[in-house]
Design a protein around this ligand. Structure first.
Ligand code: SF4
Length: 293
């Protein structure tokens, strides 16, 4: 298999077959991220892609879901996505879903009719690192799009029938901003249909812009209890039926919830942690974290 650079897939794609469609990121400007810092974006040449498919076919001929790696393979043009999706079907006859990361920016250049065609070819299950639905937080994080962009582009996915997953990041709004971020993000996400929302919590890593800003005093990170209260507020304000996974390593206390059914139970669980664990113990946990997610 032709894996090069950093290969990253979300935890919930652990059962998918992984193939490199792209490597690196087209954007590099999110202020909390150093994942692909030293890598240029690269589309795997078709020759490599087909060699990898040949290898997958030998070992997993009945693979049903494959995950295309890279920070945003969906940035490829419609024609390039189509060529790869059809090629996957040449090799893996049972493959029903080709999932990948996508940015809101990557959806902008695609028409609904193109999205519908891609869906029909098997492209489905886009992991979108929205991080927030609050304009102030999106600008602070350097995401390069607004809440209105999220709404417009994801409505196109809804119309095309493409399933998508959101990421929400607690702590990203900085000290004192968690409540606003949670309320505004929940309000926006409630107008859309994310199949699930995965929650991470901001961890500042050397080499990122937010880390530098924190050192010079222009960004003050939120405390750990503020983040847990932010998560409570986010859940309380979400008005859709969805799954929430706040169980990655960046969450001090891992929880999952099927909303709205389990909302009150999980909010109470978080309250117990807020009431019984010290801020210092939570901060010590974050200081030991070595990776995102
Ligand atoms: S968060 Fe994603 S889009 Fe933003 S710089 Fe990192 S890899 Fe690129």
């Amino acid at each position: 298999m032709h894996f090069m650079g950093r290969t990253w897939r979300p935890p919930y794609e652990a059962h998918s077959v992984i193939i490199q469609a792209t490597s690196g990121c087209t954007y590099h400007k999110c202020r909390f991220c150093n994942l692909y810092k030293d890598e240029c974006f690269r589309m795997s040449p078709m020759e490599e892609f087909e060699e990898d498919l040949e290898e997958i076919k030998r070992y997993q001929p009945y693979a049903r879901r494959i995950f295309w790696t890279g920070a945003n393979p969906f940035s490829m043009s419609y024609e390039n996505l189509k060529l790869r999706a059809l090629t996957v079907r040449d090799y893996l006859i049972k493959c029903q879903t080709m999932a990948m990361f996508a940015s809101i920016r990557d959806i902008r250049d695609k028409e609904v009719w193109q999205l519908k065609k891609l869906r029909a070819m098997g492209i489905n299950g886009l992991s979108i690192g929205t991080e927030s639905g609050d304009d102030e937080t999106l600008a602070l994080a350097g995401k390069g799009y607004t809440a209105a962009d999220i709404l417009a582009q994801c409505r196109k996915l809804d119309e095309a029938g493409i399933e998508y997953y959101f990421v929400y990041m607690t702590g990203l709004a900085g000290k004192g901003g968690g409540h606003r971020n949670a309320v505004k993000s929940a309000k926006l996400f409630s107008q859309l249909n994310p199949y699930f929302i995965s929650v991470d919590s901001l961890t500042l890593f050397p080499g990122t812009e937010l880390y530098r800003m924190a050192l010079e005093g222009t960004f003050t990170p939120a405390g750990e209890k503020e983040r847990l209260r932010e998560l409570q507020t986010f859940m309380q304000n979400l008005q859709i039926r969805t799954h929430l996974f706040a169980n990655s390593a960046s969450n001090f206390y891992p929880v999952t919830a099927y909303l709205p059914k389990e909302r009150e139970a999980v909010v109470s669980e978080l309250q117990y942690i807020i009431d019984t664990v010290s801020e210092e113990e939570m901060a010590a946990y974050r200081r030991e974290l070595k990776r995102l997610g």
